[in-house]
Design a protein around this ligand. Structure first.
Ligand SMILES: Nc1ncnc2c1ncn2[C@@H]1O[C@H](COP(=O)(O)OP(=O)(O)OP(=O)(O)O)[C@@H](O)[C@H]1O
Ligand SMILES: O=P(O)(O)OC[C@H]1O[C@H](OP(=O)(O)OP(=O)(O)O)[C@H](O)[C@@H]1O
Length: 233
């Protein structure tokens, strides 16, 4: 691998195929990447690049420390990890929403405007993969909750008495429905973002911004204009 080759961190799992498709459309010869799920690094010598495959939650860490120059990551993970990276583009795929949900048999009362009254949930336990985002959401409402950090199958927690509610991402709503949970508070939407190591972005500006521009043009062609350049998180 040459010294100024670009290292690109991609998340294994749900976002991998769309991330690879976008890179391929942007001209990278990465057809073979991800074929063997145990292989974690892929050199693309003709493109002066290397792709590394990471756990989705680890992407911001690889990028912050400069082990990768750029990375693809969900905004949900980016907010929770709170790493010092530059957010360059909203890639508009991997759409999901943060929300709070509770068992259908123990819903809070409704307010006059139809929304749920969350005030009775003060000091209750919230099971989540996103304790930081959960605390931010409730503290903005002047409330305190006890986050219980889990790593998956969050919807199970209120069903077995581990927590009164969950704070999680929802996409189709199928998992909530199957576990008889009802959304009581929407929080915010999240899509996949292109992020960069701050030093790499400065040192390798033309290369990274060139790729960014190509991807932004592709997204515009697909009818989804996304703003280029660094954004505040
Ligand atoms: N049901 C979903 N629909 C759409 N996008 C989703 C959905 N679930 C997760 N995502 C998006 O995909 C990203 C990766 O999710 P994925 O399920 O592949 O990994 P993960 O299990 O959350 O990660 P890790 O293994 O590091 O805990 C999430 O951070 C989110 O941005
Ligand atoms: O609204 P839906 O389309 O049903 O998707 C929502 C589910 O997807 C995510 O879980 P994931 O599949 O990543 O599994 P996990 O519980 O192991 O994190 C999320 O945590 C929900 O459980």
């Amino acid at each position: 691998m040459a010294q100024n080759d670009l290292t690109i961190a991609l998340p294994k799992g749900k976002l991998l195929v769309d991330s690879l498709n976008l890179l391929q459309k942007a001209g990278l010869r990465c057809e073979h990447v991800g074929e063997d799920s145990r292989q974690l690094t892929f050199d693309l010598p003709e493109d002066g690049a290397r792709i590394i495959i990471c756990r989705p939650t680890d992407i911001p860490t690889y990028v912050e420390y400069g082990a990768a120059d750029i990375g693809f990551v969900g905004k949900d993970t980016l907010l929770e990890q709170n790493c010092d990276v530059a957010e360059l583009l909203d890639l508009k795929f991997g759409f999901c929403r943060f929300m709070v949900a509770m068992p259908e048999e123990s819903l809070p009362p409704r307010l006059a405007d139809g929304s749920y009254d969350l005030s009775g949930l003060n000091h209750k336990r919230v099971a989540t993969k996103f304790p930081r985002v959960a605390q931010m959401f409730f503290s903005e409402k002047g409330m305190q909750v006890t986050p219980i950090k889990l790593h998956g199958n969050i919807e199970l927690a209120p069903r077995v008495g581990l927590a009164e509610m969950i704070m999680d991402i929802v996409s189709t709503g199928t998992t909530l429905r199957l576990n008889r949970l009802i959304e009581v508070a929407p929080i915010m939407e999240a899509t996949t973002r292109l992020i960069a190591n701050r030093v790499s972005y400065r040192m390798n500006y033309e290369r990274i911004q060139g790729l960014c521009t190509k991807i932004r043009d592709l997204l515009e062609d697909l009818g989804d204009p996304a703003a280029g350049g660094e954004k505040e998180q």
